[in-house]
Design a protein around this ligand. Sequence first.
Ligand code: BG6
Length: 484
Amino acid sequence: NRTEPFDFVIFGATGDLTRRKLLPAFLRRFHAREFDQEARIICTARSELNTEQFRNLCSATLHEFAPDIAKDTETLNQFLGLLTYVYLDATEEGPHWQELSATLPDAERTRVFYFATAPALYSAICAGVSQHNLITQHTRVVLEKPIGTDLQSANEINEGVGRYFSEDAIYRIDHYLGKEGVQNILALRFANPALEQLWSSEAIAHVQITAAETVGVGDRGSYYDKSGALRDMVQNHLLQVLCMVAMDAPASLRADDLRNEKLKVLNALRPMTPDMVRKNVIRGQYTAGRVKGEDVPGYVEDLKTGRPSDTETFVAIRTKIRTARWGNTPFYLRTGKRLATKTTEIVIQFRPQVWPIFTNMPSPGRLVIRIAPHEELSLVLAARDPGAGGFRVRNATLHMSYENEFAVQYQDSYERLLLDAVRGDPALFIRRDEVEASWKWVEPILDSWRYALTPLEPYPAGSWGPATTRALLARDGALWHEDM
Ligand code: BG6
């Protein structure tokens, strides 16, 4: 499974993403011998460092973010030897471009440009690599999120990059697609025909998709305050998960077959009118509270700007998918920072008995697909309670932990996605029309918020969001998972 030698150029190599995710992911794959010392990782950024200084920084970073592997000094040193640093300001002409060019002598090798900078720089970097003849037939470009802050800016970015790269050379990353648990939705659905029989409004009362975090904004306040939960999590990660849950079976697992089916779901989402937003969207912001037994400050204090903010750190949405399969099933999406627990999960709530013959029916069964913190599957079913007199039924749970079932160490999503980009497999990356369809659906929500049609509701850190979040489901007679 070893990858051919490649040149991987990271723009924005002193940033958080490179430190926390990209370099540790590469180190792990190097350790797993998925590539060897022929590979080159060229790191560029606007800090005036030389390669030796950069390698020293990386060494410290890797000890922090991949300590189990970094403690193997031989592997670590071999890996650091693959790194070259080039000081580069992509917006300026100058000798540093020649320096970059000199690190890429081989036009026949796979070449990947990874944009981990602010998206505002994507076009400038593309222009730079083009002017300096660095785009070969074997070049791909990976774009980090956020692709824009609305439809127009997303289009500008896509067009800017599209002037230099064809769509099939553009890899838009969404790390949720690299998660084992998210890919497993495909196996669960399409390798288990019996389950797929149930997969529609006929049997499913509602679907909940939750990505709850206990962390606050940390030191990402300057980015996050301009973004908010809707842009940061819903437009990309949550909608992608929704697509995986709701799409029809693709003709194959090839990239375009998958993407065509996902696109159909995005296009079928019920459009959000202002009235719809008012009734179906909750936005919240955390205030001081207690998370996992620790007192934590509120969002505004976390920002440390001394100014109030109307950015949402929580959002819950009720929507429908206008297809024959899903028309009668509400989909609830929610995500937030500083919530009660860290969990990413999908709850498939089955419908109740039409004509209950048992007098004490418990709540109807459900399937819970947990993606984080662990991949797990739970199926809640009614069973006769042998301890109770007469014929009484209660719920019992069938449980599968992937960790116990498959004794392998999971790859982090970046490990998988970086190597997919190197090998040229775009199946787990987002096509341009998906980005556009997502923004088209999200944008009316942002517009209504601009006109303050939805209040920003406070919620204490460590809770499950604003109290009104419950009411959103109560309308359908439904409960959030933690209340079941
Ligand atoms: C990122 C967001 O894309 O996803 C972060 O920018 C968020 O705000 C993160 O914390 C969540 O990812 P995960 O893999 O921890 O669920």
